[in-house]
Design a protein around this ligand. Structure first.
Ligand SMILES: Cc1cc2nc3c(=O)[nH]c(=O)nc-3n(C[C@H](O)[C@H](O)[C@H](O)COP(=O)(O)O)c2cc1C
Length: 397
């Protein structure tokens, strides 16, 4: 029998644990995930979010250990995306008298688009409240963190922020709280989550943090992963840092290579960074997933990207990485395009163009080598990288 977990008196976690999810819309989830939902027992029984559809059975079973699901009065849908609202049609059928509370107008429109006209919807805006007994819930819309409809629900009585995707992590565990798992382990997944889901919306995150600044809470209950109760200040500080877009003096050297010439360049570029006292990481796209690399892009000022020329273009792995990174829009980065070629440097040239469209600061031309470079050519590359990076590194010393 699946159990509910009491996270504060009369407030229960009733979500689903997706132990074996390994690819979440293209993002690798090596630790699985959870679809968190929360049940508040008050004069009006209130459910917050409804899990991904395959987990609605788990949700209903956990709720059933506390209360008859048919007695639910309100279902708050903080976010339309189907990993949080997938169970809504079934829950609405089980609890026919429940009012579904969602953001107006985007949440209302989104839920209607996904599930049809039949839902008993109540649209709310920032500052609107819902009295459910001794508790009053307050809604704060957080548009584009990370969809237009996104909102969070604040429970002042319990000092809980039900934050939906914000502060979440794809992390399956038998534990529910940050202090049971350990901060470093949760932060790894929180950083990967922010980089892959939230990074393009830094300005919106800053606006959301401002809107939340007047609220006091000692628990953040997100829709994925671990609940924050011992490290609330730490995760808020990380969100402030990540949303500022200010990177660390840290370098990534991301590449693919067929016959190791571009790889030799990548190794030399890494050495150049190390010599300058800048921590650097070498990432071969054959063995590193783009969603893992993106967790590093979030914090790296220097991003070197290398491709050989293959059939008059760059390698598909490099193209996929650049396409993904452009969408996630890290700002204020320094780019170093590089690569090898046989007779026309189309690969590194295309990397250059892609980094230009990311609005990175670039050298005048990509670093290129024809065929296989000897030690001398690599020494020149080393010096050229040091010269270029010094323009930026000296400024931040
Ligand atoms: C299948 C294949 C296609 C290639 N196509 C081109 C090309 O269109 N233009 C070019 O200049 N070089 C081309 N080359 C040559 C490579 O770019 C060259 O060997 C380069 O040094 C490879 O770098 P790498 O050792 O990092 O893989 C091709 C090589 C292979 C194996």
């Amino acid at each position: 029998m699946l159990k509910a977990v009491e996270i504060k008196p009369d407030v229960f976690w009733v979500g689903g644990v997706d132990w074996n999810e390994r690819n979440f819309h293209g993002y690798t989830t090596e630790r699985g995930s959870t679809y968190n939902a929360y049940l508040i027992l008050d004069e009006k029984i209130t459910l917050i979010d409804t899990c991904k559809r395959p987990f609605v059975g788990e949700l209903i079973e956990r709720i059933g250990t506390i209360v008859d699901p048919a007695k639910i009065d309100y279902i708050v849908s903080n976010h339309v995306e189907m990993d949080h609202s997938g169970g809504l049609p079934e829950m609405a059928a089980i609890a026919p008298n429940a009012t579904i509370v969602t953001g107006a107008p985007k949440g209302v429109a989104g839920l209607t688009a996904h599930y049809g006209e039949g839902l008993n919807l109540l649209g709310v805006k920032t500052g609107d409240t819902l009295n459910i007994g001794k508790r009053t819930l307050t809604f704060v819309q957080t548009p584009m963190v990370h969809w237009p409809d996104s909102m969070v629900t604040y429970d002042e009585y319990d000092q809980i922020l039900f934050s939906n995707d914000s502060f979440g992590q794809h992390y399956a565990s038998s534990k529910r709280f940050d202090d049971e798992v350990g901060l470093p382990e949760v932060l790894v997944q929180a950083q990967k989550y922010y980089a892959n889901i939230v990074m393009p919306y830094g300005k919106n995150v800053e606006a959301a943090l401002k809107a939340l600044a007047s609220l006091t809470f000692d628990m953040i209950a997100p829709a994925h992963g671990i609940i924050w109760r011992s490290h609330v200040p730490e995760i808020l500080a990380m969100y402030r840092k990540w949303s500022s877009g200010e990177p660390d003096e840290y370098a990534l050297v991301v590449y693919d290579s067929m016959w190791h010439s571009t790889e030799a360049m990548a190794v030399e570029i890494t050495e150049a960074f190390v010599e300058m006292g800048i921590p650097a990481r070498l990432l071969d796209l054959k063995v590193n997933h783009i969603s893992d690399i993106m967790a590093e892009v979030l914090i790296a000022r220097y991003i070197a990207v290398g491709s050989p020329t293959l059939n008059k273009t760059m390698m598909p792995t490099v193209s996929a990485f650049l396409c993904y990174m452009r969408g996630l829009a890290p700002a204020g980065r320094v780019g170093l395009p590089f690569g090898s070629y046989g007779w026309a440097p189309m690969g590194p040239n295309e990397v250059y163009q892609q980094l230009e469209s990311c609005k990175f600061t670039l050298p005048e031309a990509p670093f290129t080598h024809q065929w296989v470079e000897d030690g001398e050519g690599l020494n020149h590359l080393h010096d050229a990288v040091v010269d270029f990076v010094s323009l930026f590194h000296d400024k931040v010393q």
